[in-house]
Design a binder for this molecule. Structure first.
Ligand SMILES: NC(=O)c1ccc[n+]([C@@H]2O[C@H](COP(=O)([O-])OP(=O)(O)OC[C@H]3O[C@@H](n4cnc5c(N)ncnc54)[C@H](O)[C@@H]3O)[C@@H](O)[C@H]2O)c1
Length: 313
């Protein structure tokens, strides 16, 4: 049976890959975005398709639509973008989720919230299982995003408890892949852009902090399984293979230009030193785990960036 899916943030990085999967499966898709960090370019291939609609809208305002599934991804995800207007980011997380839950309740749709590993803050527990409650600074420069997602999770559970709204919560860890913005300040895009420009790669704090990197196709598969499965979450979706930032820099450099140097910069405020998911819940409940190795994912991402960077030259 074909369902009608609303994808908020559908013109963004993760959202557009999700739109691709839903469209390829023959579903009906309403892609909603205010184009803050999303681009029409990302969903251009579906414009004009009879099962696809594009809506310019800001989720901080209510909207009435008839849908069966709501994939609530709208929210800037990279620090440079969510810190650009932190009050707007907090509004997007809180009011945006509130409006989408209101819609889900009204039409009986199931809503999946794209939450984040940032709800764990700078964790004292490593790696992080879903039961860990986090160590978040309420007044720091990342708080608009971290606390925004925490209240968004709370709202989801209160709608479930009060109104029986069907919810799913994914706690997404660092994800990378084609269509990430070149200027998003995230470590993967920074390294790739620097390497393609032939300039030294910047390592913050010596590059010994660790991250796990999940390729976007793996993440989207996890989101699809979560939405159609029985488990509400919160559930971690990420790649548990941990790399230091320096190792990542070396991999990017080696694929693009092995002669490039590194330069050091101090660590930004509130930047967590370690982040790695425990994914046993996703393995058990969703039969999901990432399958794309970092080298392979980087290769596809670099090819996409190369095309975009070269288009601009
Ligand atoms: N990419 C990651 O590593 C990662 C990690 C954890 C969580 N997430 C979550 O996944 C979701 C998607 O992230 P992404 O990496 O694709 O980011 P992105 O910035 O590429 O996508 C977000 C999309 O939401 C849109 N948007 C922002 N504010 C909006 C608003 N008020 N109204 C309507 N649209 C709005 C943007 O224009 C953009 O298209 C976000 O909710 C993010 O918090 C992503």
């Amino acid at each position: 049976m074909t369902r009608r899916h609303l994808v908020t943030g559908g013109a963004g990085f993760v959202g557009s890959h999700l739109v691709d999967r839903l469209m390829e499966a023959g579903e009906e898709v309403l892609c909603l975005d205010n184009y803050f960090t999303g681009r029409k370019e990302n969903i251009r291939q579906w414009i004009g398709h009879p099962s696809f609609e594009l809506i310019r809208h800001d989720v901080t305002e209510p909207i009435k639509l008839e849908v069966d599934r709501i994939w609530h991804l709208a929210c800037p995800a990279s620090p440079v973008h969510y810190q650009f207007n932190p009050i707007k980011t907090a509004k997007t997380s809180f009011l945006g989720t509130y409006n989408m839950l209101g819609l889900a309740r009204r039409v009986g749709a199931r809503l999946l919230l794209a939450s984040t590993s940032e709800v764990y803050g700078d964790p004292e527990v490593h790696p992080q299982p879903e039961g860990y409650r986090g160590c978040v600074n309420t007044i720091g420069i990342r708080s608009c995003y971290d606390e925004g997602k925490r209240i968004a999770e709370t709202l989801c559970f209160d709608y479930k408890r009060m109104h029986g709204t069907e919810i799913r919560i994914a706690r997404i860890f660092n994800t990378y892949g084609p269509r990430m913005l070149e200027n998003d300040g995230r470590v993967v895009s920074n390294f790739i852009v620097q390497a393609l420009q032939g300039i030294p790669l910047t390592l913050y704090g010596g590059g010994q902090q660790t991250r796990s990197f999940c390729y976007v196709d793996d993440l989207v598969e996890g989101l699809l399984r979560l939405m159609e499965g029985d488990h509400t979450g919160p559930i971690n979706l990420g790649n548990p293979n941990e790399f230091t930032i320096r190792q990542l820099a070396e991999k990017v450099r080696d694929q693009i230009n092995p002669s490039l140097a590194f330069v050091g910069e101090p660590l930004p405020q509130d930047d967590p030193l370690q982040r790695q998911p425990v994914i046993s819940l996703a393995q058990e409940e969703l039969r999901w785990q990432p399958s794309i190795e970092l080298d392979e994912g980087l290769k596809k991402t670099i090819a996409d960036f190369r095309r975009r960077v070269e288009d601009k030259i």
